[in-house]
Ligand binder design. Structure first.
Ligand code: C2E
Ligand code: CA
Ligand code: CA
Length: 632
């Protein structure tokens, strides 16, 4: 103490952290981080005392000694709190034994040595305390390295640099004791701990003040990691409030807000210290620190008890439709993805059947499991070479031959196929649709140019685009690029689109249709008659072809009663009539029998696509089929 070289800036560093922490804590109600704040606070007091002493040295030796002891005791308390925090917070994902040996022990020894030195025992103790610190900092680096996957790279790097600086400072003071910079090193450790806490803004959901989905995923990742390495299990309770959006809105804004707040505060009360995560609108997960089954079960029961009665006040009172369930890990879901699937299923089950308690164990999860496998296959479909484009010829009733074909995608799964209706939807959901579409477009373009389809008597190939394709800004650019690459004319491709039922998108879709149409691509409206196509849009968009869906084509032949068949036929007739009157050509899809074919001829349909003439087939079979038919 009292050295003229004293340059303790740790107080400032910690002060800045504390001020920062104070504000975010105020704003976001961070509760769990209080121990770290307290630790930092004690460190700051002790650093502050040193700075004060440096500016106004005390003249009596006894006072100096007391001051010195007080300052180091505060440091020791700060460190002790940090030990506690690290011990209780399993954020570092290491087992209790490792934590004790590599973190707890050095920190504890550090405290003891510091106190011994402060109370006037040999200065060797201070050297020993520093050595403990160096050990601690190195373990810190080691841990950062071992668990680098748990945090983003920038964060790991920053913490790494802080620890390096801390080691340098400690060694400096070991070698040149007059340069009192070690406490600065210590403060870096505190700051590091503070910053490795999750940023509360990401952590908390703005509406409810509950913890958000991202943090839930992080926490689950940690728990799975822990369970894999050290065994053990974790349970959670799930609360789902159904249709909260729509019916709460009926109450009017003020009451809706009040109701929401009262639900959230009840949820927090029932949680009784457990963490509550808001997974999505109306879905909440309850997790306890230890994840024990009994604790969760009692929360689960309390939730049911509370939600059996009503919410509200004098003005209104209502029961909330809800479901709950308990999930035991790793038993019911072996990893994070499976868990999210399971939660999804639970929400769906509860909503669908209005069950108050969803018993996940009794559910048949095979379809979910199947969808997950499909998801996995779809993600790797292109690179694994499991995709193949099939072609289904389209017959012209006037010319009595095949004049075009539709490209239909197949996903091989062993010696079976996964149906396109299934995997296209999955691909749209997981984003691989873009890559898959590129594949289809390329295949089709290369087929058109390689097989010289004009000579075969085919004018164009129908290519299916999904709504998500039509929402891409560069879809026109992409299609022209491929057309140029394979030296084909845009008119050799007909783009099939289905209408969206969502009005918000139609503007973008229409703009893309116009652009592509100017570039020379033709359009077919797919699935007419399934309820998604709105009549007004047919007028607005330049469709050259309208494809009658197979349901509307087959209905007049397969409905149960005479009356139904007659009505279905009326619908089919007037649809065909309307399409002719607006000047578009008609394709009847799903024609399977001679009877159906005859009827289509009567209705004046232009083209037939159906099993009656040909099924979708691989490229070479398709070429042979077209040759055989068109030679006649
Ligand atoms: P879609 O565009 O309506 O395709 C016509 C579907 O009707 C095809 O089913 C075809 O095999 C089937 N079909 C044709 N003739 C008959 C018939 O006479 N009877 C019966 N029962 N069915 C017939 P597929 O190949 O299973 O395709 C299903 C859907 O998957 C397609 O419906 C389309 O929406 C989508 N799809 C297929 N390939 C692609 C693609 O490359 N991209 C996109 N975005 N979607 C695709
Ligand atoms: Ca189609
Ligand atoms: Ca269709």
């Amino acid at each position: 103490m009292g050295s003229g070289y004293y340059c303790d800036i740790s107080a400032f560093l910690i002060l800045i952290c504390l001020i920062y922490a104070f504000f975010i804590q105020r704003l976001n109600k961070v509760e769990d981080n209080n121990i770290v704040f307290a630790a930092m606070f004690f460190e700051m007091l002790s650093s502050g005392m040193s700075i004060v002493y440096y500016m106004h040295p005390l003249n009596r030796y006894e006072l100096t000694a007391a001051y010195y002891i007080a300052s180091w005791v505060l440091t020791a308390i700060g460190i002790a709190l940090l030990v506690l925090f690290l011990y209780f917070n399993r954020a570092y994902n290491i087992g209790a034994a490792k934590l004790t040996i590599f973190v707890g022990l050095p920190l504890a020894l550090d405290i003891i040595f510091i106190l011994l030195a402060a109370f006037g025992f040999s200065p060797v103790f201070r050297t020993l305390a520093y050595s403990c610190d160096v050990l601690l900092f190195t373990t810190g680096i080691n841990m950062l390295y071992a668990y680098k996957k748990n945090s983003p790279l920038e964060c790991t790097l920053m913490l790494f640099l802080m620890l390096l600086a801390a080691i340098a400072a400690t060694i400096t003071e070991l070698v040149i004791p007059e340069l009192v910079v070690q406490r600065f090193a210590m403060s870096l450790l505190f700051a590091e701990t503070f910053f490795s806490l999750k940023n509360p803004e990401e952590q908390f959901d703005a509406d409810t003040g509950l913890i958000g989905l991202e943090s839930f995923r992080d926490e689950m990742r940690r728990r799975y990691y822990y369970m894999k390495r050290h065994g053990g299990e974790t349970s959670m309770a799930l609360l789902m409030i159904h249709g909260s959006e729509s019916f709460m809105r009926l109450l009017g804004e003020v009451n809706e807000l009040k109701l929401r707040q009262s639900v959230i505060s009840e949820i927090k009360r029932i949680a009784n210290g457990a963490s509550v995560y808001r997974l999505k609108q109306g879905a909440y997960a309850f997790l306890t620190e230890k994840g024990g089954r009994e604790e969760i079960e009692s929360i689960h029961e309390a939730l049911i008890r509370r939600f059996e009665s009503t919410f509200g006040n004098d003005a209104y009172e209502m029961e909330l439709p809800y479901s709950t369930c308990r999930i035991d890990l790793p038993e019911m879901a072996s990893d994070g993805i499976a868990l999210m699937d399971l939660i999804h299923v639970a929400i769906k089950e509860g909503k669908l059947y209005g069950k108050s308690v969803v018993d996940l164990k009794s559910l048949d999860l095979s379809t979910e499991e199947y969808m997950r496998q499909v998801d996995e296959k779809v993600r790797h479909a292109v690179e694994d070479g499991n995709l193949e484009v099939y072609y289904q010829p389209i017959y012209s009733l006037k010319e009595k031959r095949f004049v075009s074909a539709e490209a239909l995608l197949r996903l091989h799964d062993g010696d079976k196929f996964i149906p396109p209706d299934v995997f296209i939807t999955v691909a749209e959901n997981n984003g691989s649709i873009v890559e898959i579409d590129d594949y289809v477009i390329k295949q089709v373009c290369s087929m058109i140019s390689g097989r010289n389809i004009g000579e075969l008597g085919l004018r164009y190939i129908e290519l299916n685009l999904s709504v998500s394709d039509m929402l891409q800004d560069d879809i026109a650019g992409k299609l022209t690029k491929f057309a140029d690459m394979y030296h084909i004319h845009p008119s050799q491709i007909n783009l099939e689109i289905t209408e969206t039922s969502d009005d918000t998108f139609t503007g973008v879709v229409e703009a893309n249709v116009m652009k592509l149409s100017q570039l020379g691509f033709n359009f077919s409206l797919d699935d007419f008659g399934t309820g998604y196509s709105s009549l007004s849009r047919i007028i607005m968009m330049p469709f050259d072809i309208i494809k009658l869906d197979k349901t509307i084509v087959q209905s007049p032949f397969v409905m149960d009663t005479e009356q139904e068949r007659r009505n279905a036929m009326t619908l089919l007739e007037s649809s065909a009539d309307m399409i002719q009157k607006i000047g578009a050509e008609t394709v009847a899809e799903g024609v399977e029998t001679a009877e159906q074919l005859k009827e289509m001829e009567r209705l004046g349909v232009d083209f037939i696509q159906g099993y009656y003439f040909a099924r979708p087939m691989p490229e070479s079979d398709f070429i042979n089929a077209v040759r055989a038919m068109n030679k006649r």
